[in-house]
Structures are given as C-alpha cells and as structure tokens.
Design a protein around this ligand. Structure first.
Ligand code: SF4
Length: 334
C-alpha cells in the first residue's frame, strides 16, 4: 500500500492547488485496495470544499437529432442510423414546462440542450432567449445552455436574457479527439468555451470517458479543463448506443470510473463535479461510491436520448448517505 503517495495527493488537493500531472499519472497503477484508501481521502476533499451538499442538475433535449457532425459516441449524428428521436426546437412553453418539472423533483440547475453544430438561425436564438427569461422569472433554477459552437456575441445575448452558465464538453483529450470527431476541431471546442467566458458566463466543461482513451489521455483532458478555468465539470461514461461509431465498445469497469472521478476531484479540488451520462449503467449498485470518489453533483431525471433512474431514488440515495440535496426552494425568495 503506497500510503505516502496517496497522503501527498490528498494534501495537495486539500490545499486547493490540486495534484501535479506526475501524481495524476501515478493513479493509473493504484490497486483496488489503494483506491479504497484513496476514496477515504477524496471524500474528505469533497467534504472540505463542498460540505455535505449535493447539487442536482437536469436537462431538456430541446432539439433532437439531424446533426451534421460525426461525433462517434452520439446517436444524434446524421451519420449514424439509430433509433434516437428527431424533432425541431421545442416551443418556449415546452422548455419552461420541463424546467418546472425539474425544479419539482429537486433540481437546482437546468440546462437547455440542443443537437447540431450550433443554433441554426435567429428564430431559434429568440426562442431560447424567451425560454431563459421565463425560467428565470417563474422558477428559482440556475439556467445553463448547451447549444454547440456558439459565437461570443450570441452568448452575450443569452447572458443578457438571464443565462447563468454555458455547458460545453471537450468530449475527450486533444490527442484522442481526431479518433472521435472529424467534422470539427479541438480548437473549435476550446473556442466555444472561451466565447462563453468572453460573454461573462460561468462555464461547465467536461467530457466522456471510456471511449478508448488511455489513462494518460484522461489526465491530459483533466489538465486541459483546469487550464480553461471552468467552474463545473460533468463526467460522462460512454453508453455504447446501437448504431453509433462506438457501439462496439464495452462499458467502463466501475472501479475505473471511480478512479476517473477521483482523478478529476484531485486535479480540480474546488470544482463542482457532476456525474452525468452512464451513471446507472456503469456504476450500477455501487453508485453511492461516486460521492466518496469526489463528486458533489449528479444529473437527475432523463438524459439526452436515454432515460435516467427515478429522481426519488436519487434523493433517497443522497439522504441515506447523510448528504443533502441542495434545493432551489432554500434560496431566498426571488
Ligand atoms: S454531440 Fe452534438 S455536435 Fe456531436 S453529433 Fe451529437 S448532437 Fe451533433
């Protein structure tokens, strides 16, 4: 058991600075027993920076399918024949109704997500702006958008409408990206994040793990995200969906997934770390360990193209662990 190595990692994380790239790379060789010891430490790091609060984020797939990009994990790419739904941008009322439903089951953050390279036209931008205004006026949710490769000007408009945060995944490490997406570049992804930051928005930047990348490439992605200065980070584990370019892949091993969560908590100790896609399938009955590994948030409700578990089950899990789902209802009245 390399207790000294693990203690030095926890110390670096508790200081707020986070572990070095060299320490991060050492995590690949930690045995299961060492990982269990590490999770006692990552649990302390999470508790130190986040107390026992758990954030619940929820999303609406506001525009589905028909995408001209070729992201090989995605069932919404027009390149793949899948049974994923296809529909144009929802109406303002429909987006607001989804937000209210999310608030009703305990979410405190709500993201409007659309398929495609970016919003297609002015009409779509106006619909999203109107939806943001109404959600801010009619709920206490923090509002996030995930709309693809948007310009700084478009993001400024959305911020003026009340948008709190922009979500944009880098998907994977720069060195693995060309194996996953060929229709746009990694720099396009980085620009999208920087455009949101230029507009004065907080950003939520993460990726998808288990797409054939090495552990070193997971470390590479963690430090790329750190360099961007993001406030929150969604961790997704690949769900190999039928018909997509990665449908031949296996689900990640649960301990490999927990190791990845711990890596991100130790590199970015102060960040809001959400476990999103693939949580139920990859972590199965061990889901509760995600908090010890370092996460302080989950995506609740349904995913983009697949169903999530009953939100009540999530709330029960959080309560049983002695943690507390942060509710919008606790915020001071608007
Ligand atoms: S991830 Fe987004 S950009 Fe890529 S194919 Fe899916 S919908 Fe299109």
């Amino acid at each position: 058991m390399r207790k000294e190595l693990i203690d030095s990692m926890i110390h670096a994380a508790l200081s707020g600075a986070g572990i070095s790239r060299e320490q991060a790379l050492e995590m690949e060789s930690l045995s299961r027993e060492e990982l269990d010891f590490l999770f006692e430490g990552t649990d302390r790091v999470r508790d130190h920076f986040k107390k026992n609060d758990v954030k619940i984020c929820s999303i609406v797939n506001a525009k589905a399918g028909r995408c001209q990009e070729d992201c090989s994990f995605c069932s919404q790419s027009g390149k793949f024949k899948t049974d994923s739904p296809e529909y144009p941008l929802l109406k303002v009322d429909e987006i607001v109704a989804a937000a209210k439903e999310a608030e009703g089951f305990g979410a405190n953050e709500f993201s409007i997500v659309t398929s495609g390279t970016a919003l297609d036209n002015r009409e779509e931008v106006e619909v999203v702006k109107a939806a943001i205004r109404r959600i801010k006026a009619e709920t206490r949710l923090e509002v996030c958008c995930s709309l693809g490769l948007m310009s700084a000007e478009q993001m400024k408009e959305l911020k003026e409408a009340g948008l709190d945060r922009c979500h944009h995944n880098l998907e994977t490490a720069r060195s693995h990206f060309p194996n996953i997406v060929t229709t746009h570049s990694y720099e396009d992804e980085i620009h999208a994040v920087k455009n949101a930051q230029e507009a004065g928005l907080h950003v939520c930047v993460g990726g998808i793990f288990g797409m054939g990348e090495s552990f070193g490439q997971r470390v590479e992605l963690a430090f790329e995200i750190k360099d961007l200065g993001t406030q929150s980070l969604p961790v997704n584990f690949l769900k190999p969906l039928a018909g997509t370019g990665l449908d031949h892949m296996d689900y990640m091993e649960p301990y490999d997934a927990f190791r990845t969560i711990a890596l991100l908590r130790l590199v970015l100790p102060q960040i809001d770390l959400f476990v999103c896609g693939g949580r139920e399938e990859v972590l199965e009955e061990q889901q509760e360990k995600l908090f010890a590994a370092g996460a302080n948030g989950i995506l609740g409700g349904n995913y983009l193209t697949t169903k999530g578990q009953d939100p009540k089950k999530d709330l029960d899990m959080i309560e049983t662990l002695g943690l507390r789902a942060v509710s919008t209802l606790e915020k001071s009245p608007a």
